[in-house]
Design a protein around this ligand. Structure first.
Ligand code: ADP
Ligand code: ZN
Length: 432
């Protein structure tokens, strides 16, 4: 369902006009209010008056995560603290968390974009949203909360964890929409199955899953085990939190709410802007954010812009689902490896669970990669011979996918840690 016809199906020319106007205002604002940007722009010799249309965006400086860390906590705020009504931080997956501030208008904008994302998965005012993203400084919980409220759905603010209680609430309150990380959705399925729950008999119908990369095969697994439609939601604290974009029912890429977040794809090594279809780092400019606006923020997330329009009627820019982040990308003997590629293989193999961990180590001068994957209960009783054959099969499938040698080890059921939030897929012993 399209939440905001006017904004989500805007013509190219109208959007161009809007983008140009918002960018001019944004640049004036950050130049006057944020010393960091004044300095950066002065160094590049760019004045706010040089920015006339959206095409001039390439004249503007990038912003990196390190820039935000150097200005921690409030150095990048463009409004006095009395205008700030809420603060969040990133999960800190890759280091010191970064801080995002919200004015009253920012919270309204966040509610709006989240309403679009949740409506895309079919949420209406008649739905019961079981919100199992963490509430707190992390943006997931409150983002979904604000979106649900805007739609007028009934939100259950259960937060993450306490999995048996999640299952009980789902049954007793008749949850129709589930929101959590994809790894946690799978864990919920596992625990529910152990409790003898038949999810297909429950009213649960769809979910917005995100905050970490997940493969299409993982989606199929979640959809079949929970009996729902599973769509991908994308976002990051620096930009707003969840709500930067969501898939529609066609599952052909993530629609970016591009009237608020202007996307570009760059070559991460040179900073050169890439064409639609070319894979690179996603860069986003927050066109309307008041408290912590960002020019050309380098997300470190790897994707491409999808050329052409979507069948759903939305005209918003679409990106491919995120492959991973530049920080997660392992370079093994010169080959780029994302955990999501390995997941894609594992989820298709009979007898193993999509619970896995990737161990990277250095032996002498050589990087070695081992994939530990859980076998399921059925397989546990099999002969050693058969287990070894399965290990070899997984190994050869991963090797043909990645083009490098890997080790594979089957481990006993339920031995890989389950996560209530973002799953930790890679253990890099090289850094220890
Ligand atoms: P942190 O960088 O500490 O994890 P956040 O909690 O703000 O900070 O998470 C944002 C990041 O999570 C994104 O930059 C991206 O790497 C990842 N992410 C969020 N949603 C998705 C998604 N749908 N698919 C893949 N990765 C995602
Ligand atoms: Zn669409």
């Amino acid at each position: 369902m399209i939440w905001n016809e006017e904004r989500e199906t805007m013509s190219d020319s109208k959007k161009r006009e809007l983008h140009s106007e918002l960018l001019r205002n944004l640049v004036k604002r950050v130049y006057e209010k944020i010393p960091f940007y004044k300095k950066k722009m002065d160094e590049l010799g760019v004045k706010p008056s040089d920015i006339k249309t959206i095409d001039d965006i390439v004249k503007l400086p990038f912003t990196t995560k390190d820039d935000l860390r150097e200005n921690y906590p409030f150095g990048m705020f463009a409004v006095p603290m009395s205008e700030v009504v809420e603060i969040h931080t990133s999960s800190g997956t890759t280091g010191k968390p970064v801080v995002g501030g919200y004015t009253k208008n920012d919270i309204d904008m966040w509610s709006e974009v989240m309403a679009r994302c949740m409506a895309a998965s079919g949420t209406t005012r008649d739905d019961v949203v079981q919100n199992a993203y963490g509430y707190g400084l992390f943006t997931g919980g409150l983002g979904v909360h604000y979106g649900s409220r805007k739609i007028g759905a009934n939100v259950i603010p259960i937060s993450g964890g306490n999995t048996k209680r999640q299952i009980m609430v789902m049954q007793d309150f008749g949850s129709t929409i589930l929101t959590c990380t994809p790894s946690y959705a799978l864990y919920l399925a596992e625990v529910g199955e152990e409790m003898g729950v038949d999810f297909k008999k429950l009213p649960l119908k769809a979910g917005n899953f995100g905050a970490e990369p997940w493969s299409n095969n993982m989606r199929k697994e979640i959809e079949s085990r929970l009996g729902i439609l599973a769509l991908d939601i994308y976002g990051l604290t620096e930009i707003i939190g969840p709500g930067v974009g969501n898939e529609c029912e066609y599952k052909e890429g993530i629609h970016i709410c591009d009237d608020h977040f202007y996307p570009e794809i760059i070559n991460p090594d040179t900073g050169e802007v890439l064409e639609p279809g070319e894979v690179g780092e996603l860069v986003i400019t927050t066109l309307t954010r008041e408290a912590t606006p960002l020019l050309r923020y380098r997300t470190r997330d790897i994707t491409s812009i999808i050329p052409g329009k979507c069948k759903c009627g939305r005209t918003s820019t679409r990106i491919q689902r995120i492959m991973g982040r530049t920080d997660d990308m392992l370079i093994i003997r010169g080959v780029n490896v994302f955990p999501s590629q390995i997941e894609e293989v594992l989820v298709n193999i009979e007898g193993v669970e999509p619970h896995y961990q990737i161990i990277v180590d250095r032996v002498g001068a050589l990087d070695v990669l081992e994939v530990q994957v859980e076998m399921n209960e059925k397989l546990l009783s099999d002969e050693i011979k058969e287990l070894e054959a399965l290990e070899r099969k997984i190994q050869s499938e991963i090797e043909s996918m990645l083009g490098i040698k890997v080790g594979v080890k089957l481990v006993e059921p339920k031995t890989i840690a389950r996560s209530e939030g973002k799953a930790k897929r890679v253990i890099d012993k090289r850094k220890l």
